[in-house]
Design a protein around this ligand. Structure first.
Ligand SMILES: CC(C)(COP(=O)(O)OP(=O)(O)OC[C@H]1O[C@@H](n2cnc3c(N)ncnc32)[C@H](O)[C@@H]1OP(=O)(O)O)[C@@H](O)C(=O)NCCC(=O)NCCS
Length: 161
């Protein structure tokens, strides 16, 4: 299995993986909207035997430091719990680090993301329409969020779905 950047001919397979992983096609449509808006800054696929089996997105965010939003993340339901999600998340975080991003925010399962260093406590001082126990942050630059507060805003696509 390889993790690589999306190519134009992956677009419909990405939609299908996102739609299959979530209850509705909302996340799949979000990915298309972000792409159309030029906000799908990082879009990685997990490819296995020529098939797209997972996908992850990173989009720009406005915040107190150089920030990106991670997600949606999707793995084909029959291939979940085999480490594909972890590989996608770690690859996306490596790219964000190389882009000199200081912090990454996401909205996700409170039991899953702490293993990657995400914490709801780090995100709590920041206001967002998505604030709550599932809103988490991870510092790529140590202490960059310390004593900071204010608004963090996802790319406009998140308000269009
Ligand atoms: C969440 C998701 C991306 C993880 O991908 P994956 O390839 O299954 O994950 P990995 O194999 O790397 O990790 C498996 C671990 O994730 C945990 N996990 C998976 N889904 C979870 C969930 N909804 N809540 C809590 N933990 C979850 C598994 O229990 C497993 O835990 P363990 O290692 O302690 O046994 C995938 O399950 C998925 O596509 N889910 C549906 C869509 C979704 O909810 N996306 C994330 C929302 S931002």
């Amino acid at each position: 299995m390889i993790i690589r950047t999306e190519r134009p001919d992956d677009i419909s397979a990405i939609f299908q993986v996102e739609a299959a992983a979530f209850e509705t096609d909302m996340e799949a449509r979000l990915v298309d909207i972000l792409r159309g808006d030029g906000d799908l800054t990082v879009s990685l696929v997990a490819e296995n035997d020529g098939e797209i089996v997972g996908h992850i997105a990173l989009s720009p965010m406005q915040g107190p430091v150089r920030t990106m939003g991670l997600g949606p993340v999707a793995v084909r339901p029959d291939l979940q719990k085999r480490g594909i999600g972890s590989k996608l998340i770690n690859a996306a975080l490596d790219i964000a680090r190389n882009m000199d991003i200081q912090a990454v925010f996401l909205l996700g399962h409170a039991e899953y993301y702490p293993r990657f260093g995400f914490s709801p406590e780090l995100a709590a001082p920041f206001t967002s329409p998505f604030a709550g126990p599932n809103f988490m942050a991870k510092e790529l630059e140590k202490d960059c969020l310390k004593d900071k507060t204010g608004k963090v805003e996802y790319a406009p696509g998140f308000s269009k779905i």
